[in-house]
Structure formats: C-alpha cells, structure tokens
Design a protein around this ligand. Sequence first.
Ligand SMILES: [Zn+2]
Length: 297
Amino acid sequence: MNYNFKKIYELSISNNINDLGDEWIFFDYREMIDKVGKCICNKKIKNIYRYINKYTGHCIEVGSVCVTNFSLQEKTKTKTKSNINLNFIKMLCYERTEYEQILDSIEYSNEIKQSIIKDYIDNINNNDYEQVKKAIEILKYLMSGTYKNAAIKSKLSTLNIIKNTYEQEFEKQEIKKQQEIKRQQDIKKRDEEYKIQHKIMKQQDIKKRDEEYKIQHKIMKQQRIKEDYDHVKADREREYEREQKQYIEGAESMNDPNKLDYYIDHIVDPEIKQKYVEKKLCLLKIGKQIFTNICIS
Ligand SMILES: [Zn+2]
C-alpha cells in the first residue's frame, strides 16, 4: 500500500480508492496565505479542501493535488478565497506550525472536526431555522463513527431543542391556519344554508300567498254569485208583487163573474183570493146592480 493512502484509509471504511469519492463529503475550501494546512498525505498546504467522512464522521484536509490523487469530489463552485478574518488565520498558523507530520490520524481528524465546529456550528444564527437544520446535519456527520465528544453531543441536543421549538411553532401556526380555514368554511356553509333556508321560506311564502289569493278569489266569486242570486231573487219578488197587485186591481175592477176567474186564479194570498171568490158568488147570485148596492153599502 502506498504510504500516501495509508492515513486516509485509516479514517475511511473502504480500502478502495474508487470508494473514497463517495465516502468523503466536501465541506469547504479555503485559500490561505501560508501553508498552514496539513494534507492527509502529510504535505503542508495552503489551498485547503476540507472533507467529512459520511460513515466514520472523520475530518481531513486535502491539498488540490491529493483531491485528484484520492479521486475526491471537489466543489469548484465554492473555490473562492474565503473571507476569514486575519485573527483566525494567525491562530490557525500558530496552532499548525507545531506539526511536522500526522502522528495520530484520529487526533488529526478530531482537531479538524473541532475547527469545523468552531467555524460553523458555533457561529450559526439560532434565529434562522434553515441554519439550525443544516448545523444539525453537519453535527450528525461529525458524531458518526467512534468519535464521541460531549461538547458536540450537548451542542446537538441544544440545536435539536431549538429546531423542535421551531417545528412546534410551525405546527401551531399550521393548526391555527387550518382552524381559520375551517372557520371560514363554516361561515360559508352557514351562509349557504341560510340562503337555502331563505329561498325555501320565500317559496313557501309565495305558495302561501298564492293559496290565500285563490281562497280569497273563490270566496269573492261565491259572494258575487250570491249577490247576483239575491239581486235576481229581489227582482223576481218585485215582479211577483207587481203582478199580484195587477191581479188584485183587475179582480177589484172586474164585475163580470165569468171573467173574474182569471184574476182569482192568479191571486196567491188565500184571504184576498177568498174575498174575490165571495165577490164572484155575489155577482152570480144577485146580479151586477144589486151586488154593487150591497157591497158599496
Ligand atoms: Zn496531499
């Protein structure tokens, strides 16, 4: 085995160069002014690519040559000079100048792990849900493998609490939103029910008024018929009285007993009828002249 590959294989799960590109996830790139970085091949580097192993959680720095040698994935898009402050570079220089070569690859990984935490995780904005989520994902990578760091664990737990708080809040807002939607739907439903009810009532009213009108109309018609009938009846009664009067007048003025029968027959009132029957008898018995004298006296 090539010496250059020894360290990276120690921190990987595979011993196959073709798998390294899949195992090691590119984290960031920074171009330093001095060779402060230490490539996993032991070379001091200033163009530093940092990677995290997605299975073991180990961290490495790699120079641009070894990115190719190890068949690692390089995010050329982010290959811009990082705007790191000078104090941080000085600190990094001071810390790294002590190392000549990697003696303990685990220790080496942990150190880079800590620098990643310091650079990113410690500086994330807790008020930004997306940043918190990303930080949790990174910490989960760093936690994988055998490296168990109480500080990372505690940080992860804190971030998870923040994330859960966010998600509970989102859930609450979602519930509120759903409640509001339901409330609006209820109002709409009630409105529609009211409209239907109103329509039914209106139709019932129309029907009721129609029926009332029909009844009213029928009553009025019957009243008119009755009035017509009464009118005809009154006319007939008047006609009858007029006729009777004529018959009585006729009977009164008629002195021929034979012609008197015509009037007597038409007189309805029995008392009056009787009166003229008697008149007829008188006329027949004693003749016109005598009857006139008796009756007048
Ligand atoms: Zn190298």
